[in-house]
Design a protein around this ligand. Structure first.
Ligand SMILES: *Cc1c(COP(=O)(O)O)cnc(C)c1O
Length: 406
């Protein structure tokens, strides 16, 4: 591999100015935006206004104040949906924002399982993120154990679709980018293969949304969910999103049938009538503080060309992999992230027998990545606020920590 010229890459970076939009602590290189995105500088002022103005002064009136300009609290979930829809290749009425990713996983899985109720198997990645696995278990318990939760490694499903995407499977739940290895699946191809067998797909976009352009409708996806606090930078515990393709809007049931998902919440009717589109999945009172932070955070993306976002992400991860390459010969370090661009998200991971200790020392030096059990060192790259110079400095720090840990 050739050694990249970092200053030349930074000079040619069309997104370099975006770093100014973020508050980042001095003397650190933050490589964990895939777990908790950095804070956009505009967020504190917006929260201050929401708390001291809209809440303290206007109180209950803020729910409907400025409804004409759609600046009311009631419209916040829909306003945020519009901004997220652009990043994930969806129509705004296909997106609902609120609750957590875990809760949204339950909502769409329950709908998909019900829609394909004649098929007993829910197929998922054996290595999926724990919450995705646990939610399938809880849903199955509610259904009296009538589902068969089948767990197969995602790479195996992708390699042998004819063996795994079979007529007894009703729903396929996959995470596009693996949280440990950063491996990205071919969402379009797997969706097509599943649908050819009558299977409904649910895609977890936790490590996709905001990291690169996601094209749900281009992939003809059925359902999706994703996080607000990772690459979307919405802040700790930010509201999550979900996606339901328009062609399913009439058929997709909402089992968490709360009043805010009613067609007319203030009619106070006794019978539940679902709101049109994905709005029916906004279950209860919108989380105004969290939604306001996320709403402001998403403005950073407003003028970002998503093609440039992906190109920068790949350039950062390519640079990191190239600079780390000599270290993999000198230390017990094994790259687990695919080299193929088509199969890479926006993080790079290595195995190391003392990964936990190595990461502890890195964090003490201000190089903040994370450790994932049992032996994974994980480094997330955020095209909006990293430079190639950051990558170079991170690798220098990693080199000296590996030397100390020998
Ligand atoms: C981070 C992550 C989640 C998080 O779910 P929460 O409900 O926000 O805690 C879910 N799925 C995947 C794949 C994740 O990486």
């Amino acid at each position: 591999m050739t050694i990249p010229d970092l200053s030349q890459l930074d000079a040619a970076d069309p997104l370099a100015h975006k770093r100014e939009a973020f508050e980042l602590p001095a003397d650190t290189i933050y490589l964990d935006g895939n777990s908790l995105g950095a804070m956009p500088k505009a967020v504190p002022a917006r929260l201050h206004e929401v708390v001291t103005g809209e809440w303290a002064q206007h109180l209950i009136r803020s729910w409907t104040r400025n409804a004409e300009a759609a600046q009311d609290w009631m419209a916040l979930p829909d306003r945020v949906s519009v901004k997220i829809a652009r990043l994930i290749g969806a129509r705004p009425d296909e997106v609902a924002v609120g609750d957590s990713t875990s809760v949204n996983t339950f909502k769409v899985l329950a709908a998909a399982v019900r829609m394909n109720a004649q098929r007993p198997v829910l197929l998922t990645d054996a290595e999926n993120f724990p919450t995705d696995l646990y939610v399938t278990q809880g849903l199955n318990a509610l259904l009296g154990g009538t589902l068969e939760i089948r767990r197969v490694p995602a790479d195996e499903i992708a390699a042998h679709p004819e063996q795994h995407l079979t007529p007894e499977v009703g729903v396929l739940l996959l995470t596009e980018v693996d949280y440990r290895t950063g491996r990205k699946l071919d969402m379009g191809q797997i969706t097509a293969q599943a649908q050819a067998q009558g299977i409904l797909t649910v895609w977890d976009l936790a490590h996709s949304a905001g990291a690169f352009a996601v094209d749900l409708n281009g992939c003809h996806a059925d359902f999706a969910i994703g996080c607000g606090y990772k690459f979307l930078n919405g802040g700790p515990g930010a509201p999550a999103f979900l996606f339901v393709a328009q062609r399913h809007h009439d058929a997709a049931p909402s089992f968490l049938s709360g009043w805010m998902g009613h067609a007319d919440p203030f009619e106070m009717a006794r019978e539940y009538v679902p709101a049109p589109g994905a709005r029916r999945y906004v279950v209860g009172t919108p989380q105004v503080l969290g939604l306001s932070a996320l709403d402001t955070a998403l403005d950073v993306f407003a003028d970002v060309d998503l093609g440039q976002l992906r190109a920068k992400s790949l350039s950062l991860t390519d640079t990191f992999i190239a600079l780390m390459e000599p270290l993999t010969g000198q230390y017990p370090l094994e790259l687990v992230t695919p080299l193929d661009h088509e199969q890479r998200g926006s993080q790079v991971s290595y195995r190391h027998p003392q990964a936990q200790q190595v990461m502890k020392k890195l964090i003490e030096r201000g190089i903040i990545g994370d450790f994932r059990t049992p032996d994974i060192l994980r480094f997330g790259f955020t095209p909006l606020y990293h430079s190639h110079a950051d990558v170079g400095r991170a690798v220098e720090g990693i080199r000296s920590v590996l030397e100390q840990t020998k």
